[in-house]
Design a protein around this ligand. Sequence first.
Ligand SMILES: CCCCCCCCCCCCC/C=C/[C@@H](O)[C@H](COP(=O)(O)O)NC(=O)CCCCCCCCCCCCCCC
Ligand SMILES: Nc1ncnc2c1ncn2[C@@H]1O[C@H](COP(=O)(O)OP(=O)(O)O)[C@@H](O)[C@H]1O
Ligand SMILES: [Ca+2]
Length: 446
Amino acid sequence: RQHRWRCAEVTFTCPEGELSVMLLLLLLLLLLFTANRPKHLLIYINPYGGKRQGKRIYEQKVAPLFAAAGVSTDVIVTEYANHARDHLRTEAELKKYDGVVCVGGDGMFSEIIHGLIWRTQIDGAVDPNCPDETLQTCSLRIGIIPAGSTDCICFATVGTNDPVTSALHIIVGDSQPMDVCSVHHNNAFLRYSVSLLGYGFYGDVLTDSERKRWMGPARYDLSGLKMFLTHHYYEGTVSYLPARGIIGTPRDAARCRSGCVVCQHNGKLLTERSENDGEWRTIRGKFLAINAASMSCACPRSPKGLSPAAHLADGTTDLILVRKCSRFDFLRHLLRHTSKDDQFDLTFVEVHRVRRFRFTPRHCQSDSDLELDLLGNASKRQIFSQICRDHPACGCAPAYSCWNCDGEILTHTAIDVRVHCQLIKLFARGIEEPAVFEDLANPCAI
Ligand SMILES: CCCCCCCCCCCCC/C=C/[C@@H](O)[C@H](COP(=O)(O)O)NC(=O)CCCCCCCCCCCCCCC
Ligand SMILES: Nc1ncnc2c1ncn2[C@@H]1O[C@H](COP(=O)(O)OP(=O)(O)O)[C@@H](O)[C@H]1O
Ligand SMILES: [Ca+2]
């Protein structure tokens, strides 16, 4: 039910001893040679993620399943932030393993991909600082045991946040490719993102919530309410390269599901064609939020997610622009994330499926703009917003927000984002259609 998996024992009886031995051998051979099951895993546990239950969840719910399935493990409980990332980058003997597993939230998953992707590029002599390089795909699959606050990457790839379900997907050796966005600033690498890149509302929610980490997952609701009431907007320029020739749009009724044909088709297409095909488009404006969702970003707070029709592995990201509007209208938009109504069907919201995009905030738009400022031609508003950034007590709106990159704060505001199609693989199979479950639950149907 609801995508949750459980262990069950099945006992076969066989009247002939010899036949039973042959059946057993056949089963063992099938498991060994046809299923791509991991035998040796490297596991990182964040003991401080979510409700600080990572270690307990792993020991009580996951370790017994790995032991029963004959999967051997090397377990590292992290001692500081970026411990897992740095260990993967330099020390870990990756050849020994069939996969890497993280126990924690989206932040912990982010550490793992940063370690693995970086290591793969360095080993393959690819320069990660160059935004135009074609990155090498990572061969090790990644598993997520959810023990964080939002756990949207687990939810959007498995359909539920349940440690036992995730452990079983790892054991049976499922494989789900996934897109990764690289984020650069002036030809310097900043971060990778797989779920949400959000400027404005989600950036501000994250900054505010980090000060309330002691509250656990509820910090996001409180900071969400606070930033909703604060209602800041930000000026800037977004330019993007629309995804051309692919199938699927952000307004489709169809969803990315297990064995998704859209991901298969677009993945094949993008490996054959130059991604720079097409013309850049530019939009200037005042925005409450600029969000790029590379996957639906479904999570328990919003089961359909930020961009319900986004795909896990189609080589694109959905760029959602929410322009300045009234608080009431913004609330209508937010509330639609929790209902069947279309959150994009509002005059102040637009959504584009893109391969690449750039953002420049208003105050660092170009050198000529700056020169104008210095010459004293800048409007009073510009001068005041400059002053007020340094004097938050006056309560006027700040000029800059920050980017929320899979739940980590980015220090740069001007960024260049590019989607790398199917760069990593997860121990998951995407969300399965409910009809499949009903059939399997009913032996007569089979
Ligand atoms: C009024 C209700 C509105 C509900 C709107 C919900 C939209 C939720 C979309 C969530 C997208 C989440 C994308 C995932 C981000 C994560 O990578 C990332 C890190 O996760 P981790 O902590 O596990 O490491 N998580 C986050 O950045 C958290 C984002 C959470 C945003 C919550 C926003 C709540 C908004 C509440 C507004 C309340 C208005 C009420 C007015 C009466
Ligand atoms: N041992 C540790 N001590 C402190 N911070 C850690 C540790 N291990 C990982 N982190 C950091 O904790 C942050 C939150 O981790 P995450 O697992 O995503 O939990 P949550 O979902 O609650 O945010 C991440 O930025 C990660 O880098
Ligand atoms: Ca995608």
